[in-house]
Design a protein around this ligand. Sequence first.
Ligand code: IMJ
Length: 258
Amino acid sequence: MLDLTGKNAFVTGIANNRSIAWGIAQQLHKAGANIGVNYLPDEKGRNEKKVRQLVEPINPSLILPCNVQDDALMAEMFNAIAEKWGKLDILIHCLAFANKEYLGGDYSNVPRDAFLNCLDISAYSLTHFAHFAKPLMTEGGSILTLSYLGGVKVMPNYNVMGVAKSALEMSVRYLAAELGPQNIRVNGISAGPIRTLASSAVGGILDMIKHMDNTAPLKRTVTQQEVGNTAAFLASDLSSGITGQIIYVDAGYEIMGM
Ligand code: IMJ
């Protein structure tokens, strides 16, 4: 049975009700986990307000500000987790960013600062999370991140994000090897395209979804709930033998050649 009672799960990257992170948080909650979430702090406190309202039904015991580019805030977040929970069992990493200007056009035009910023937020942040989570996962643990096929194969417009996802997926493997002896498992979910804030801002997403409906073995796209269910499995003891893997939750699209 999928049972997460007694487990402390911190879920990052909830922006709104379409966020994949929100789908994951709901399924972890349903399985009995104690939930913590973050918001990205902004000047007017809008994100905090929005996240607080959204997550109310799953009753999180921690709602913390986190900006992965702010080292002091990162340390504060994990200090707060340590103080409130004592131990951490599950950490969900669901965040990425690239300057929209470079999600399209010629990849060779990406400037150094946009490249480094994208890899800092989208890839380094997982390694940094693992650094802080390692001493808190005293009874073992499960670290999960989200990836996309564009990190393995060339997808239209994904460009610098694809390079970041490639670094992210390799980080999953190196972290899994390092943390395995502590019974901390590290895995990724490569989700098919879903309409979210992060994808709707991207040109051609609706055509891509249509393409999935025609091409994927299951002849459809996947939902946040399906990604959430796989996340709950990977977070639970049901997946105790799995680490360092990228699991495709994409209606089978990845196996197709044409
Ligand atoms: C993103 C870009 C290009 C093609 C894309 C995507 N496809 C999908 C996505 C086909 C599914 C969404 N995705 C998998 C992402 O990782 C998105 C990351 C992202 C999105 C934005 C949009 C707004 C912005 N910056 C972003 N940074 C990262 O300003």
